[in-house]
Write a protein of this length. Sequence first.
Length: 95
Amino acid sequence: MVSTILFTGVMAAAGKNSTNQLIESYMKVGTALADDDLSAAQDAAVAMIGGTEAGGIPEQVSTAASSFVDAKDLANARISFQALSSAVQGWIQES
């Protein structure tokens, strides 16, 4: 539910393709984690990093996504996802 609210708020404010890509990738990370699919979640996080490299996205989101990609198992990925969610939320609140 929090992810849905987060997604809805960002999509309403989003105007750039890179922003849309980042949010879509973030949602895919969360969905893959819910499905216990670490590989798919990490692939989506890699896409987030690509979106940050396109510009307009804070480095803290890129850093958090990179940490997520480095997670060795689902338990650590879920911990990293909390940090990633905080980074995305902080970016939304600043926008």
